[in-house]
Design a protein around this ligand. Sequence first.
Ligand SMILES: Nc1ncnc2c1ncn2[C@@H]1O[C@H](COP(=O)(O)OP(=O)(O)OP(=O)(O)O)[C@@H](O)[C@H]1O
Ligand SMILES: [Mg+2]
Length: 304
Amino acid sequence: MSALLSVEGLRVHFPVGRGGLFARQRMLKAVDGIDLTLAAGEALALVGESGCGKTTLGRAVAGLMPASAGTIRFRGADITAAAARRRSDARRTIQTVFQDPFSSLDPRMLISAIIVEPLTIHGIGSAAERAARARALIEQVGLPQAALNRYPHEFSGGQRQRIAIARALSADPILIVADEPLSALDVSIQSQILNLLRDLQQARQLAYLFISHDLAVVNHLADRVAVMYLGRLVELAPRDALYRTPSHPYTKALLDSIPRIGRGRRAAAAVMSAPRKRMVPALEAAPGNDPARAGQVAACHFKE
Ligand SMILES: Nc1ncnc2c1ncn2[C@@H]1O[C@H](COP(=O)(O)OP(=O)(O)OP(=O)(O)O)[C@@H](O)[C@H]1O
Ligand SMILES: [Mg+2]
């Protein structure tokens, strides 16, 4: 069976600082040679500490950021270049949910219009069909019909994230790139949204590239887990295998930093309710992991 998504040798590099007449332009290697595949209906979690390149990878997969090198294939078609993506159905069938439900919804649009925006953009369906779709989706994400005639500012963070999820679903995606979709939410709301994402995945055979800081959250959702460190994957394994027998020292360090993982739902929920903190303080503090200092560490591949 061919993969739904296949990423090979993906690199996304950003110029940093000033390149001078004699100095070569320094590059920050945010994503630096990633290979991964995702099967239809599979939830792949991408974990790793702040700044390791998760968002950049997710945005490249979603077509929101150009690749510097490598290929992204979706259902067998090469969609790495923006033009190829425009020709492909990937533009519609790969959707995104972002961390911040406050800035991701246009404040001037009614919820009914927000939800069907992907359909409007792609000219799919009549106005009546789109309205019917919005009514069905708002229900699927657990909000009342009356919500359709309101504006984003009238909703809480959790409700807005439900609306963002409804919008992502409207064009019948087969892959959703979800970048920290729970991190900005109240702890009490996080598990509700997590359950919603899991239910939707099962009901619709959705694949997720699910980016998260939180291994407790990942434990609830992921089929496989990819561990990213400084632009590269250090480990990619089925969830249970990774939690039980992590093979890379960095993965071990991540798991050790939340020792209650693996001791049941309540323990995991306790981890979720702890204030968000850096997972691996020692590694966080390591030189070379600070993008502002990229280039200062000779042995680090972050440096060009
Ligand atoms: N547009 C950009 N221009 C220059 N550098 C960038 C750009 N976007 C990201 N970076 C840098 O690339 C690196 C990876 O950033 P990215 O946002 O992908 O990390 P992340 O793993 O998502 O972090 P976090 O967990 O904090 O969201 C960082 O050093 C960041 O500063
Ligand atoms: Mg990020």
